[in-house]
Design a protein. Structure first.
Length: 66
């Protein structure tokens, strides 16, 4: 039961959709901008690509439980 549920969630994330679970919270995918950094081992500046990060925003009733 859990695996099919997780498969649906991951498929939605791959499409860039957000997932909202009633009285729990909302999961969204956020793209973080790539950045330049200095590689000490190679002694040169390189670029880190954009990343997709999963962000969770809890429902307001979730705060009342804590």
């Amino acid at each position: 039961m859990i695996e099919p549920f997780l498969e649906v969630i991951f498929d939605e994330f791959k499409q860039g959709e957000s997932i909202s679970i009633a009285n729990f919270g909302k999961f969204t995918v956020k793209v973080t901008k790539g950045r330049r950094f200095y590689n000490i081992q190679k002694e040169k500046t390189e670029f880190a690509p954009n990343k997709k990060v999963t962000v969770f925003k809890p429902h307001r009733s979730f705060y009342l439980l804590v």
